[in-house]
Every structure is written in structure tokens, then in C-alpha cells.
Design a binder for this molecule. Structure first.
Ligand code: HEM
Length: 448
């Protein structure tokens, strides 16, 4: 095809640019949704100095993430995430990424995760106990609670450590993410040496995370026979002759795993609790299922396939509020996506948030309806119309653990408690590095 007869996606009009820049800064979900509503499956958006190619057809997602995945590296946000996370599994590329994925993948295989189910159940029950103790005593922030829970789970499953002992870890991650997000949406317009409040917090938080990882590593050596993520990362890094590079590698890997693994699952759980409160019929069905499958004991791995409805609720939650709401890529070489030309170097976005609300795959897409995920209904839609864990070789490595956690926690809470939003409280999504509930999720706790 020659340069003149190539097809290009429609471009958002120039007069829309100021509005889009405002949306980029304040309402990124509206920016994506409006673009696909007005222009369809493929659109070129002017966002500040950049042109973004947004593709919103499941075939496009399949092409970019799976079929031609090695023509793409991770995109916008990458350099910012790197400044926050270094070169861990989420941000690395090429041979380095391949080697890291080989090291980490075995830790998350279904068989290993099933061996950790008791530890996850313990955290879920401890959360329900903490909440019960707060019943009738004013709202509890469920974003904070689920964040503490998911960090606790990662400590027990990946590091054989009680992360609750590190009480600064949650706020350190929050500070790192706030700065990474600010860098990303201002496209690095603010120099990093500016002593702004978020920059100073960011530096302090990075140093704190490094200190925490160093303490976790103390007392562990590559010769340890434990086979958790920490020992595998240590063994891998031990071939590095320079001790400073070696410790940096270990820090990057562990900080990445902790960040990627806690915020996503905590956001998913927060959204699930919100949706359950809005849909009383769902709360009742969840309770019936949890009571009949679990009785009054803690969940075990064998219960997982029986908690069918709970798992449907988690899946529908991730459809409406996918924690990773956008998957940014950069094209290495010229490509053609759905018949549209994509020049080398272009920023390409696949957006699970808009993809998951396509009316052709999801009738009445804004309605919460767990029945969409009833057993046997998967074949009704395009496989790539639902990608909460991404797709292709860079698909989420921790999806088994994330699902297990979300299902166990939801089941234990629904069985014993009812969580309600204070009257008049508005819940608004905020598309940061993950799709969060803006300003937290205060909920009143009632015992059943
Ligand atoms: C409900 C929970 C979770 C959701 C929705 C989620 C979602 C995702 C998505 C969409 C990606 C792909 C990103 C991309 O292609 O650009 C991803 C990658 C990743 N996730 Fe998760 N995730 C979850 C839980 C976890 C957990 C528990 C861990 C454990 C530490 C984890 C670790 C990772 C890592 C390391 C990557 C990068 C993989 C690679 O690039 O090879 N995630 N996740």
C-alpha cells in the first residue's frame, strides 16, 4: 500500500483539543469513552504534544497484544513507571523481561497458588474479624482495608513474611504512584529536580521501599531452600558480580511485584463491595452461596470451583471497573491494525474500560449483571472483548492469585457482614495507574 492510499483512523477535530487536554488531566475515562462514542473502533486523539491511536475492537486488541505483540513495547507511562519501579517484570523489555518472567512465573502457577490458599483465607478471615469489631461504630475505609489485606497476602504468598509489620509500606506505595501519575499526565512538563511536595514525598517513599526490601532480604541468601518469589529473585540476581547492581535488581523486582499485585486486587475488591451494596439481590445470592459452600469455616482451595456465583460477581466487577483500565504500547515498526495504518513510533492504546462496554458484546453495557459470566456463556462473545488481565505473552502473571483473593474475601464478607455506603456518598472512579475509587470508600459495617 502506498503512502496516499493508506487508511488512517479518524482524527479528533482540532477544536476538541482543549477539552481533551482538560479530560486528560481530570477525567481520562470520559476522554476515552467520548472518543469511541464519536469516532468508533479506531481513533487518533490529539493529547497535548502527542497523537494517541486508540483501538477499541476485540480484533484490534488481539492483534496488538497477542498476534503481533513483539512489534510493540510498553507505551505511555513506561518511563514514569520505570522511575518509580526501576526495571522489574512490569516495565522491562526484551531479553531482560523474558528472563524475569521465566524466574517469576513458576511462583504463580495454579498448583503453587493452591498451596497458598490457606494463607489467603487467613487474611480474608482476619479482615472480616477486623470489620466485625468495627460494626456500628462509623464508616471504615474499604480501600485502606483491602489494600492492607492484599499487601498482607503478597507478604505471605511471595515472601513468607508478615508485611503488616511494615506499617509505612501502603503510604510509600501511594506516594510513588501519585508522582508517577502526575509525571505521566503532565507528560514530564515539570522537571524532576523541582522540589515540589509530591517530588519530595516520591523520593522519600522510594527510599523507604528500598529500605523495606533490604530488610526483607536480610537473613535470606541465594542458598536458602525456600522457593518463594524472594528466593528465586535472589538466586537469579546472584550471578550479577557488582553488589550494588545486584541489590538494585532485587529491589526493582520485589517493589514491582508488590505494586502490581496489591493495588489491582484492592481496587477490584473495593469496586465489588460497592456494586454488591448497590445490588441487594446480589448480596443475598452471595450470602446463600457462601453459607452453603463454606458453612462457618474458612475457605479452602477445594471451595474455589464451588463459589461459582462469587466468581461471576468478581468477573462482572472487573468488566465494569477493570483495575488496569488502559494498556499503552508503542509500535516499533509500521503496522496495520484492523486495516488502519500505524506508523512506527506511534502511541497505541487498548482500553479495557471502553472495550468492556461495547454494546455488541455486552448488551446494556452499563448494567451490573453477573449472569453474563454464568458457566457456558463464554462462547457467546469474542474472546478479546474481555481482557481484565491483559492478553498475549504479557498477560498478568498473578491472575490466579488475584482471582483467589477476590473470591475468598468477597465470600467471607458476604457470609458474615453487610457493608453499606453512607447515605448521600457519591462514588466516582479515578483512572490513575489503576482504576481507583476517588477519595476512598467509606462503608458502614453491619453484622448479620
Ligand atoms: C484483580 C487483580 C489483577 C488485575 C486486574 C491485574 C491486571 C493486570 C494486567 C491487565 C496486566 C497486563 C499489563 C499490560 O499488558 O500492560 C498485568 C500484568 C502484571 N501483573 Fe497483574 N493484575 C492483577 C493481580 C496481580 C497480582 C496478584 C500480581 C502478583 C504480584 C500481579 C502481577 C503482575 C505482573 C508482574 C505483571 C507484568 C507481567 C509482564 O509484563 O510479564 N498482578 N496485570
Amino acid at each position: 500500500m502506498t503512502g496516499t492510499d493508506r487508511r488512517h483512523p479518524p482524527r479528533t477535530p482540532l477544536r476538541a483539543a482543549p477539552g481533551m487536554l482538560r479530560d486528560l488531566l481530570t477525567d481520562r475515562l470520559a476522554m476515552m469513552s467520548t472518543a469511541v462514542e464519536r469516532h468508533g473502533d479506531a481513533v487518533r486523539m490529539a493529547a497535548g504534544p502527542k497523537t494517541l491511536y486508540l483501538f477499541n475492537h476485540p480484533d484490534h486488541a488481539k492483534h496488538v497484544l497477542a498476534e503481533n505483540w513483539d512489534n510493540y513495547r510498553k507505551g505511555i507511562g513506561q518511563s514514569h513507571a520505570r522511575r518509580a519501579l526501576g526495571d522489574g517484570l512490569l516495565t522491562s523489555e526484551g531479553e531482560r523481561w523474558r528472563a524475569q518472567r521465566r524466574t517469576i512465573r513458576p511462583v504463580f502457577q495454579q498448583r503453587r497458588i493452591s498451596g497458598r490458599a490457606d494463607a489467603v483465607a487467613k487474611e480474608a478471615v482476619a479482615l472480616a474479624d477486623r470489620l466485625r469489631a468495627r460494626a456500628g461504630r462509623g464508616p471504615v475505609d474499604m480501600v485502606e482495608e483491602t489494600t492492607a489485606l492484599t499487601l498482607g497476602v503478597l507478604g505471605r504468598t511471595l515472601l513468607d513474611t508478615d508485611l503488616h509489620a511494615f506499617d509505612t509500606i501502603g503510604s510509600a506505595f501511594a506516594a510513588v504512584q501519585d508522582q508517577a501519575m502526575l509525571d505521566m499526565i503532565t507528560m514530564n512538563a515539570l522537571p524532576v529536580w523541582l522540589p515540589t511536595r509530591t517530588q519530595t514525598r516520591f523520593r522519600g517513599a522510594r527510599a523507604e521501599l528500598a529500605r523495606i526490601v533490604d530488610r526483607l532480604v536480610e537473613g535470606r541468601t541465594a542458598a536458602d531452600d525456600a522457593d518463594d518469589a524472594l528466593s528465586r529473585v535472589l538466586a537469579d540476581a546472584s550471578v550479577e558480580p557488582d553488589p550494588r547492581v545486584r541489590s538494585q535488581r532485587v529491589r526493582d523486582e520485589l517493589v514491582t511485584l508488590l505494586l502490581a499485585g496489591h493495588e489491582t486486587t484492592a481496587s477490584t475488591l473495593s469496586w465489588a463491595l460497592y456494586l454488591v451494596d448497590r445490588n441487594p439481590g446480589t448480596a443475598e445470592r452471595l450470602r446463600d452461596e457462601a453459607r452453603s459452600v463454606l458453612g462457618d469455616r474458612a475457605p479452602t482451595h477445594e471451595d474455589l470451583p464451588k463459589l461459582t456465583y462469587t466468581s461471576m460477581v468478581v468477573q462482572e466487577t472487573m468488566r465494569l471497573y477493570p483495575a488496569v483500565w488502559v494498556l499503552p504500547r508503542v509500535a516499533l515498526d509500521d503496522d496495520e491494525v484492523g486495516g488502519y495504518h500505524v506508523p512506527a513510533g506511534s502511541d497505541v492504546l487498548i482500553c479495557p474500560y471502553t472495550l468492556h462496554r461495547r454494546p455488541d458484546a455486552w448488551p446494556d453495557p452499563d448494567r451490573f449483571d453477573p449472569e453474563r459470566f454464568a458457566p457456558g456463556r463464554r462462547d457467546e462473545r469474542h474472546r478479546y472483548s474481555y481482557i481484565p488481565f491483559g492478553a498475549g505473552p504479557r498477560v498478568c502473571v498473578g491472575s490466579n492469585l488475584g482471582m483467589l483473593e477476590a473470591v475468598f474475601v468477597l465470600a467471607v464478607i458476604a457470609r458474615d457482614l453487610r457493608l453499606t455506603l453512607p447515605r448521600g456518598r457519591r462514588v466516582v472512579p479515578e483512572a490513575m495507574l489503576s482504576l481507583r475509587v476517588r477519595g476512598g470508600l467509606p462503608m458502614n459495617v453491619h453484622t448479620l
